[in-house]
Design a protein around this ligand. Structure first.
Ligand SMILES: Cc1cc2nc3c(=O)[nH]c(=O)nc-3n(C[C@H](O)[C@H](O)[C@H](O)COP(=O)(O)OP(=O)(O)OC[C@H]3O[C@@H](n4cnc5c(N)ncnc54)[C@H](O)[C@@H]3O)c2cc1C
Length: 434
């Protein structure tokens, strides 16, 4: 461990913050977690729970522009923009579409594969350490298609995965019936990726990891981080709504709320939120056998401890607007076409619904690296649709950076300064990667 840094404050107790805190403890750091909300109550609460090492296809892909009008005009479609938020999100959307150029997506996919490929063993190891091994499953992930033209639209994405070492199995209609008889007979083709895993309770996983951090001697301060006090390029303290916390280093893992904290340290990152919804049917008549992505509806159905969770949709409406619960109910209509054995939605005691804030950056890559102003602050946010999957390797990288070690993977693609054109700060430890 770097002798100069012994204490670290981690802002944010979502999946990224708790994985990072636990990895830092493995390196010998004394850790304080700071969050005004209970652990696992942010985006990490209600996601689809997938640890998909194969999810390396960026959200913005060549040809996406042609699908946008259809998605936006269809009230059942996977994408919506609140008109009042359009002026705010427009520059982000432009950057998003530019990120989908062919020459860009290859590099993004390569970077994502390096970040995600070890996710199942890494999260299993952290969960085992925290007594939460029972929450992790290693059963693979299925993506299903109703028609050949629908599959053709995704062919480029599957080729990108293959080029990056993802192994797939194609199931035709008959093989799929054998694999999972609950899925609609209208599904004609499915792709199975065996290396993927999932958790049967994302929030409980975060809570178990958090409890382990405290059992290891970590501290918890229930407060909001408001800024950082620096002296030259050294961190003096973390400022919170509950006073100053004097530490040697800090990690910003505040998910969709990280933009202003990064800006306070001179890093202007185009972080916004893609709001997502879920609906959990508590005692479903049927569930898919394993987590299943419906390529038409662009949602994931995951069998969980709490019932059947259907999660997805993207809504651009910022951090302040109230949820539009129609977006959650749409998911139920869609899941019925995937699982015809499901009964009607019924009354509110049969299900729960939720909305959360994906922390999203236009190029589908998280922001991981030193702050512009000081190497004592490291960013770990912006994981978008992939924060569960990306958290374990992000945590590894952050602990390596603060320990002064070479990083396990090349972190250049995740550089905080990549949007403003400012140089990535290596502070002598990040390159070349090991
Ligand atoms: C519908 C949906 C489905 C998804 N499915 C998947 C999936 O299957 N697999 C996958 O990998 N990802 C999935 N995701 C994405 C994933 O949920 C997120 O990327 C991930 O949870 C982000 O984790 P985080 O720790 O960065 O943020 P969060 O979980 O949001 O945690 C951030 C924490 O920071 C705290 N905070 C905020 N501001 C401050 C402050 N100033 N000071 C201190 N604390 C602060 C918050 O209270 C919160 O606890 C999905 C997301 C959605 C919405």
């Amino acid at each position: 461990m770097n002798k100069d840094r012994k204490t670290v404050g981690v802002a944010g107790a979502g999946i990224v913050g708790v994985c990072t805190a636990l990895m830092l403890q493995r390196e010998g750091f004394k850790v304080t977690i700071i969050d005004p909300n209970p652990p696992g109550d942010g985006a990490s609460f209600g996601n689809a729970g997938c640890f998909n090492a194969s999810s390396i296809v960026p959200m913005s892909m060549p040809g996406m522009m042609s699908s946008l009008p259809k998605w936006l005009l269809d009230p059942m479609g996977p994408l919506s923009i609140r008109l009042s938020y359009l002026p705010r999100i427009a520059p982000w959307l432009v950057q998003f579409l530019l990120a989908g150029r062919p020459e860009k997506v290859k590099g993004q996919a390569r970077a994502l594969r390096s970040l995600l490929k070890s996710t199942v063993p890494l999260i299993s190891s952290l969960a085992d350490e925290a007594g939460a091994g029972h929450l992790i499953r290693h059963e693979g992930h299925l993506t299903v298609y109703r028609t050949e033209p629908e599959f053709e639209k995704d062919r480029g994405g599957w080729e990108l995965r293959r080029l990056n070492g993802v192994k797939t199995q194609v199931l035709d209609a008959a093989a799929l019936r054998d694999f999972d008889p609950n899925l609609s007979p209208r599904i004609t083709k499915a792709i199975l990726v065996e290396e993927n895993g999932h958790t049967v309770n994302p929030r409980e996983l975060v809570v178990h990891l958090f409890r382990k951090i405290i059992a290891n001697g970590g501290d918890y301060v229930p407060a909001r981080v408001t800024g950082f006090e620096t002296d030259g390029n050294s961190l003096k303290s973390i400022e919170t709504t509950n006073g100053s916390i004097v530490v040697d280093a800090a990690v910003v893992a505040t998910g969709a709320h990280s933009r202003s904290l990064a800006a306070s340290l001179g890093d202007h990152v185009p972080l916004d939120t893609e709001r997502g919804y879920h609906i959990v049917i508590k005692h479903p008549e049927v569930t898919p056998r394993i987590p299943t992505t419906d390529a038409t509806g662009k949602f994931i159905a995951t069998p969980m401890e709490m019932g059947l969770r259907v999660a997805g949709t993207v809504e651009f409406a910022g951090l302040a607007a109230a949820p539009n619960w129609k977006r959650a109910h749409i998911l139920y209509t869609q899941i019925q076409s995937l699982l015809p054995g499901l009964g009607p939605l019924g009354s509110e005691d049969r299900y729960t619904k939720w909305m959360g804030f994906r922390p999203s950056v236009p190029d589908s890559l998280p922001v991981i690296g030193f702050a512009h102003r000081t190497p004592d602050v490291v960013y770990a946010f912006g994981h978008g649709h992939l924060g569960m999957t990306g958290a374990p390797m992000t945590a590894t990288i952050v602990s390596e950076l603060l320990s002064g070690k070479k990083t396990s993977i090349d972190i250049t693609p995740f550089a905080p300064g990549r949007f403003s054109g400012s140089e990535a700060h290596s502070y002598g430890v990040t390159a070349p990667f090991a």
